[in-house]
Ligand binder design. Sequence first.
Ligand SMILES: Cc1cc2nc3c(=O)[nH]c(=O)nc-3n(C[C@H](O)[C@H](O)[C@H](O)COP(=O)(O)OP(=O)(O)OC[C@H]3O[C@@H](n4cnc5c(N)ncnc54)[C@H](O)[C@@H]3O)c2cc1C
Length: 389
Amino acid sequence: MTFTATSLSVPAPATPAGDRQFEDMARAHVAGRADLAYRDEILDLVSWRRLADAGLWRAGVPERLGGHGGTWRDLALRLADVARGGGDLGFVLSLIAHAGLVRALTEYGTPWQHEHFLRPLLDGEVGATALTEPHGGSDVAAARTTAVAREAGGWSLTGVKDHITNAPVADRAMVLGRVPALGRRDITLFLVDLSGPGVRRGPAEELLGLRSSPTGALLLDEVPVPAGAVLGTPGDGLRTLYDIISFDRALYGLVIAAYLGPELDRAVAYTRERRAFGSAILDHQYVQGRLTDVRIIIETARATALAGIDALVEGEAEASLRCSVAKFVGSEGLVEAATHLMVLHGHLGYTRGPQAQVVQDALGTLIAGGTSDMQRKNILNQMLAARSR
Ligand SMILES: Cc1cc2nc3c(=O)[nH]c(=O)nc-3n(C[C@H](O)[C@H](O)[C@H](O)COP(=O)(O)OP(=O)(O)OC[C@H]3O[C@@H](n4cnc5c(N)ncnc54)[C@H](O)[C@@H]3O)c2cc1C
C-alpha cells in the first residue's frame, strides 16, 4: 500500500469565525522568533504582545468584561491555531498558564478583580499560576505558603513557589496558600501583583526542553494582599482550583494535536524524499505505521481535548475526568509521536536539532500541568465519586 502526503497531512480545523488570523500571526511572528527564544531561554514577549493586541485573550470573555464573548472553546481553538502556526510548544505552554488565569478570573472574579487583574491580562500583561513548592507539586493541598491577617486589613502572604511557568517575567499571579486561622478547610487562592513589595523572583531554571517557556521561583516575604484579592471564597480554594486546572489540562491535549500536525506533514515530506532499498522510505510499511500512529495520536488528542472542553463549558459532572483524560492522552501521545518522528529521521533525528528538540519538549509535558500518574489518580477519583453520586 502506498501513502501519499495528502492522505496523511492534517487538515487545520477552522476557528469559529472561519479565519486563520492567529495561525497566520503565529506563523509570521512566533515561528520566526522561536529559535532565538529557545536559545536564550526567554519568553517571546514581542509575539506575546502582538497576539494580545490582536485580541487573543478576549475570546470566551463576556463583552461586559472587555472580551469578545463566545465560549472557552473559542479561546482553546485560538491557542491551537497559535500552536499550529508558531511551531513553538514552549511558547504555547506559557500561553496555557496565562489562559487558565484568564478563565479563572472571568468565572470567579469580583468586579474589582476584573478591573485590576483580568483587564491587564487581556491587554497583554503576563500571568502565572503558582501552586508548586520546593517540597512538592503533586500534593497541592500540602502547600506551606501561609497567609495571616494584617492589622491594616487584608493578608500577609509568605512562602516559596517553585518551577512556575512565566515566573521570571510574569506581571500577575494566582498563588495557592493556606490561612491557618480558618481551620481544616484553609486552602485559599490569592491574586498577587508581582511588582509589589515583598516579591522576589528566582533565576530562570535550566530545563531539558521547553526552553522558550521560562520557569522559576517566586519568593514571597510578607507580601501584602488586599482582602479583595482572594479568588473565590477563603478556605474553598481547592474546589475552585480543580475547575481552573481542568481547562489547562484539556488545553494541553488540544495544542499538542495542533502542534503535531505540521510536524507530521514535514515527516511525510521527508519520508517521500529519503530513499532506502531502492525506493522512498515512505513505501516501507513500518515507516507508514509510524506515520499513521502519529496521525492517530493527533486525532485522539484532539477529540478527547474537545470532549473535555465541551464538558467544562456545559458544566457536566464528568468534566474534570475528561480533562484529565485529555492531558494524559495528549502528553503521553506526544512523547510517543516525538519518538516516531525522531526515528523516522534516522541519525539526523538524534543530532541536536529540530527532531531532538521535539523529544525534549515532549518529555516536559509528562510533568507540567500535573504528571501522567496524577491524571490517572484524578480519573479514578472522579470515577469513584460518580458511582457514589
Ligand atoms: C515545564 C514545567 C512547567 C511547570 N509550570 C508550573 C506552573 O506554572 N505552576 C506550578 O504550580 N507548577 C508548575 N510546574 C511544576 C509541576 O506542576 C510539578 O513539577 C508537578 O506537579 C510534579 O510535582 P513535583 O515535581 O514536586 O513532583 P512530586 O510531587 O514530588 O512527584 C514525584 C513523582 O511522584 C509521583 N507521585 C506523587 N504522588 C503520587 C501519587 N499519589 N500517586 C502516584 N504517583 C505519585 C508523581 O507522579 C511524580 O512522578 C511545572 C513543571 C514543569 C516541568
